[in-house]
Design a protein around this ligand. Structure first.
Ligand SMILES: Cc1cc2nc3c(=O)[nH]c(=O)nc-3n(C[C@H](O)[C@H](O)[C@H](O)COP(=O)(O)O)c2cc1C
Length: 265
């Protein structure tokens, strides 16, 4: 099915409900999700540094990537990419770039997650073109028309500085967005959403009976070169995936006391 046909089908299939006399989109939460099964996935996920030689079936890999792409993302703009490194030559180079870590060397699949800051304009327009309901609400239209300006730092952060000054003044009288303004802040903006997609990815592998190791121990310059990344695309982690070897987890999981991290205020 073409993208246009898919979009049209999605728009036509939207379920609605009347709330207070007004037509509203309706997506009921599914019932009967087994929390214990979810807990098993979460608690059995460990960083695995040694994998067996068992390959990951293509259908499993695809399903896990699809679940990664369902992660929440800032403004719905999906600032991520996943490079499944398949060619043996590229894989060997990537293992080397990962400092030949065992987790990379033994992984059945190596996936590089890349955060991108250069697709905000395109994806804002795409969002409006492919909006999944017959009419794009006016507020949504305005939002996606304005968003490219929000996430543009400008040459040498020039727009960022102007925006920061304006919002700092505006912030004296009312709550205002405090960024992302500078290119570093926009990178962080993209990395946050991309990291959430990585978490979906590793949990999906676990749910399929496979394991993973997230890695940021790599030579970014070499990874960039290997994937021919532009300056506005940056690798945030390499995920090694495969079947857990019997001695694939090196020690019990360590987590400090809850009180150090959870605060009720
Ligand atoms: C962003 C990130 C980068 C990581 N980089 C590496 C790495 O390069 N090599 C490695 O062996 N483990 C790496 N890890 C795994 C962590 O060491 C591991 O998650 C942590 O020790 C907790 O263990 P657990 O994942 O089994 O709960 C990384 C984890 C994260 C989230």
């Amino acid at each position: 099915m073409s993208v246009t046909a898919k979009t049209a089908a999605r728009k036509a299939a939207t379920a609605t409900i009347k709330v207070g006399g007004k037509e509203r989109y309706h997506e009921p939460a599914p019932a009967h999700i087994e929390v214990e099964e979810f807990r098993k996935v979460v608690t059995s996920r460990r960083s695995v540094r040694k994998f067996t030689s068992k390959p990951i079936p293509q259908a499993v890999l695809d399903d896990c990537l699809d679940m990664a792409l369902l992660a929440p993302c800032s403004s719905g703009l999906q600032p991520w990419e996943f490079y499944v490194v398949r060619s043996s030559d590229k894989k060997a180079k990537l293992v080397k770039a990962c400092m030949s870590q065992l987790a990379a060397k033994t992984a059945a699949e190596l996936i590089v997650c890349v955060a991108r800051t250069d697709r905000v304009d395109d994806f804002s327009r795409k969002m409006l073109r492919e909006w999944p309901m017959p009419d794009v609400p006016t507020l949504v239209k305005r939002y996606y028309q304005l968003i490219p300006y929000n996430y543009s730092p400008g040459p040498l952060n020039s727009f960022a500085m102007v925006k920061k000054a304006a919002f700092t003044v505006g912030g004296l009288v009312a709550p205002v967005p405090r960024g992302p303004y500078t290119s570093a802040e926009v990178q962080l903006w993209a990395a946050k959403s991309a990291a959430l997609a990585c978490e979906n990815l590793v949990l999906a592998f676990r749910a399929h009976g496979f394991d993973t190791c997230m890695m940021e121990g790599y030579d970014e310059v070499r990874v960039r070169k290997l994937l021919k990344l532009s300056d506005e695309a940056f690798p945030i982690m390499v995920v090694g995936a495969g079947e857990r070897a019997e001695d694939g987890v090196f020690w019990p999981q360590i987590r400090f006391e809850r009180e150090l991290f959870v605060h009720e205020v």
